[in-house]
Design a protein around this ligand. Sequence first.
Ligand code: NAD
Length: 334
Amino acid sequence: MDYFSRFANKSVLITGGLGFIGSNLAHRLVELKARVTLLDSMVPDHGGNLHNLDGIQDAVTVNFSDVRDPHALRYLIPNFDFLFNMAGQVSHRDSMEKPLIDLEINVASQLSLLESCRRLNPEIRIVFASTRQFYGRVKHLPVSEEHPISPTDVNGVNKMAAEWYHLIYHNVYGLRTTALRLSNIYGPRQLLRHSRQGFISGFIRLALQGRSIQIYGDGNQLRDLTHVDDVVDAFLRAASAGAVGKVYNVGANQAYRLSEIADTVNEVAGNKSPVEFVPFPEEYKKIDIGDFATDFSKICRELSWFPKMELRPGLGQTINFYRKNLEHYLGPEQ
Ligand SMILES: NC(=O)c1ccc[n+]([C@@H]2O[C@H](COP(=O)([O-])OP(=O)(O)OC[C@H]3O[C@@H](n4cnc5c(N)ncnc54)[C@H](O)[C@@H]3O)[C@@H](O)[C@H]2O)c1
């Protein structure tokens, strides 16, 4: 499917647009000649970063508002053809420590966003950034969309609710929504300064600093890491297809053990410090999902999407980016 011309001159809103995935999507949409607006409230400790717009600052409009503010949304929503809904609280650990904030951002604001779309712009095309997290500790690998859902943490429950709201607003009101359940994503423009949004940014930070990567447990857990360019491609395919009211898994060709991923990050970054295995902190072990590998055959079949970037070259490209831009992605560790 060729979507390259579909976004030219179209008005596109990306919530969470200054964050990792949203800003990579913005760069691609600018190339595709879309008129791009980024809504972001730059929540502290989330991935919003002005440097993520380096090279496209003059080509996009930035709106510093919050998806929790229905009044701001009322003025924004009527103006767009596409909505890529990325604004979210991403950290599983934070969702356990501050569950009500996760509820506000990942659930209440999503409902209010959908309400604004239903009332003010029912034709808008919406793609929601959902997650594979709420499959929980899975019964078999790889995991397809048919696998039962069993979240292990507050974030999983809230993202699941948000995904269902998107589907219900399609089923009941005809809103044109699609949800993509993402695996672990990596690539340029990701928050590096702490590891609470996922292990890969911590691995990359430590390797670039020449420090030991620490792995909780024995390092045998399987994860499939999807490069952000492939994720952007999935969002654009979903938005330009007629796949409304559907959910799709988005993942990588191969799952690797965490110890293999750490070794590869160290090799690519030239880090000689050995990987350390440390006991799993009890509070994180309780919410860990164990092994995961994605069955993404549905999106291959229906939207002709498949992941193109393999792990080693993807890490090479990512680490090159951070070598050049590291000062913008490191801050006080938390
Ligand atoms: N990164 C991953 O591995 C991954 C995996 C599965 C799902 N997702 C989902 O993808 C989406 C984007 O994730 P990301 O990795 O780009 O995270 P990110 O933290 O880099 O970006 C999220 C952006 O949303 C903004 N934001 C948060 N709350 C907001 C609010 N109330 N109003 C306005 N802006 C707000 C933040 O400031 C940030 O810039 C999230 O919804 C996340 O749940 C990400």
